[in-house]
Structure formats: C-alpha cells, structure tokens
Design a protein around this ligand. Structure first.
Ligand SMILES: Nc1ncnc2c1ncn2[C@@H]1O[C@H](COP(=O)(O)OP(=O)(O)O)[C@@H](O)[C@H]1O
Ligand SMILES: [Mg+2]
Length: 136
C-alpha cells in the first residue's frame, strides 16, 4: 500500500472522498497548486458541501510526488479541543505519543524537517461559539 492509499483511506472513511468522477474545477486546482509553491499554509473556506475537501484531496493526489514524506488527510472532529487536535494528527501520520512528554512538542519534533502535505478538514458549526461558552 502506497502513501496515497493512506490518506485516501482516511478520506474515504470520513466521507470526503468518493469513488466518483471529479468534475471541473481545473482553474482553482491550478491556483491551489501555485499557492502551495509559495506558502506552507493554505486555507480553503466555504459552506459545507461546496467541495473543499474533495478539491484539496484532488490537488494533493496531483502533487503527491513532490512530498518526500507523503500526503496525509486529517479529519478533525466538529468541535475539536486542543488535545484532540494533536491526537488526530498523531494518529493519521503514524506517530505514537509518549505519555511522559508534551504531545504538541512530540508532534512538532516529528514533523520538523519532514516534507509532508497535511490536508486538514475542519468543520466550524454555526452556533458553536455560543454552545461552547461557559456563560451559556
Ligand atoms: N468537483 C467535484 N466533482 C465531483 N464531486 C464533487 C466535486 N466536489 C465535491 N464533490 C462531492 O460533493 C460532496 C461534498 O464535497 P466536499 O468536498 O465533502 O465538501 P466540503 O468539504 O466543502 O464540505 C462530496 O460527496 C464530494 O465527493
Ligand atoms: Mg470537508
């Protein structure tokens, strides 16, 4: 199993990738590729269902050979906590976290010097702030 199947498997499980034909969007894929040559952090923003995850996965598949240490898809829970974010990254990229060290430090040490493309899918729900607020 290649690296590509690693992230595709995670994306299939999450429902962001389906074995259907990818339609259109060639201009924005080209733009996304160009942007990734210039920046290390690129954010796609839009309403749910508009095609962000699928576009990111399609672009990642096209660019996979440029990333020596692979491409990974990291689906985050709808309302992630800081700890669960580090845990989700670690799980997907195959890092086992030691209990006696700061998880974020371990993640950063692991990623430092790696040529990896991490496709992170995050969902921000309407009303999340209000629900999360302790004042109710
Ligand atoms: N360009 C496309 N061609 C074919 N199917 C698409 C395309 N863009 C999105 N889809 C499909 O539409 C649905 C929603 O897309 P998704 O990428 O999950 O949206 P988002 O991440 O913005 O919520 C998925 O089933 C996805 O496979
Ligand atoms: Mg998505």
């Amino acid at each position: 199993m290649g690296k590509q199947s690693t992230y595709l498997a995670a994306a299939v499980k999450d429902g962001s990738f389906q074995m259907t034909e990818f339609i259109g969007r060639q201009e924005i894929i080209a733009e996304t590729r160009r942007s990734l040559e210039l920046t290390r952090l690129l954010t796609l923003v839009g309403p749910g269902g508009i095609g962000k995850s699928r576009l990111a996965i399609e672009t990642a598949a096209e660019m996979a050979s440029r990333f020596r240490h692979g491409v990974y898809f990291i689906p985050l829970a709808p309302v992630p906590t800081a700890d669960s974010v580090v845990q989700a990254f670690a799980e997907e990229i195959g890092l086992s976290l030691a209990t006696n060290e700061e998880p974020l430090e371990q993640l950063l040490d692991f990623l430092r010097g790696k040529q990896q493309l991490l496709v992170v899918a995050i969902l921000i729900e309407k009303g999340h702030r209000e629900k999360a607020s302790p004042s109710g």
